[in-house]
Write a protein that binds this ligand. Structure first.
Ligand SMILES: Nc1nc(=O)[nH]c2c1ncn2[C@H]1C[C@H](O)[C@@H](COP(=O)(O)OP(=O)(O)O)O1
Length: 215
């Protein structure tokens, strides 16, 4: 088997040309130098809405905490035209001009679900699908005091063209609830959501499983 060519160059982008542009998205031809010094091209999509020094959007992991109830993750289900069916996602949205990720997260959570939250953590800017697009997000962790009067009967603040259903999934059965939902209806789950569920299952919900050391 022949060995791969040795990296000799720091890869970098040398040119970005717009091929097609719409209101929300554009398609570019990206010319770059690869790790062995060859000049190549890539087809790249970008959002037109990105604000300076910010991620494109936020995703919100919102935990609803109520006395005598299990903690629940606040989820949204909506029809997504690019994929042609409903998806299960964390509440999410684009960051507006002048907004921080934290402010955008609390605003989007209120609009999409009606809940008022408190920010307890935020990730760095993370990429979403870097082989396709430069799109980035920050995931904001939010707690909701469900005993607060304003959270007992939350009212969404959706635009006329927005149709978002709110689902509350118990944290301790998160992955199983999602699997059950997928058996019942045609729904595609956002990968961030499913990985969050798998991570929790692996970390917390098999305390008696014997650890096997693998060489
Ligand atoms: N790629 C898009 N095509 C559209 O035709 N419209 C789009 C695109 N991306 C965003 N939008 C519109 C739809 C909403 O009116 C606004 C804001 O969306 P937001 O709620 O912030 O984000 P999502 O919940 O992720 O749609 O942008």
């Amino acid at each position: 088997m022949s060995s791969p060519p040795k990296s000799t160059t720091i890869p970098n982008v040398v040119k970005e040309e717009v091929i097609a542009s719409g209101k929300w998205l554009k398609l570019e031809k990206t010319t770059y130098v690869d790790p062995v010094g060859n000049t190549r091209t890539w087809e790249t999509t970008k959002r037109t809405t990105r604000q300076a020094n910010a991620a494109d959007g936020v995703g919100i992991i919102a935990l609803l905490k109520r006395t005598l109830h299990k903690d629940c993750v606040v989820m949204v289900k909506q029809f997504r035209p690019p994929i042609g069916c409903c998806t299960l996602e964390f509440p999410a949205g684009l960051i507006d001009e002048g907004e921080s990720a934290e402010i955008a997260a609390l605003r989007e959570l209120k609009e999409e679900t009606g809940y008022k939250g408190e920010v307890v953590g935020v990730t760095p800017v993370t990429c979403l699908d870097p082989g396709l697009s430069n799109c980035t997000t920050q995931i904001v962790m939010v707690n909701i005091n469900g005993d607060d009067l304003e959270s007992t009967n939350p009212t969404q603040q959706l635009g006329k063209l927005e149709f978002v259903e709110v689902l509350l999934l118990p944290l301790d059965e998160f992955q199983r609830e999602i699997d059950d939902l997928m058996k019942k209806e045609r729904i595609v789950v956002d990968s961030k959501v499913y990985i969050y569920g798998m991570g929790m299952s692996q970390a917390f919900f098999k305390p008696n499983e014997l650890r096997v050391l693998k060489q």
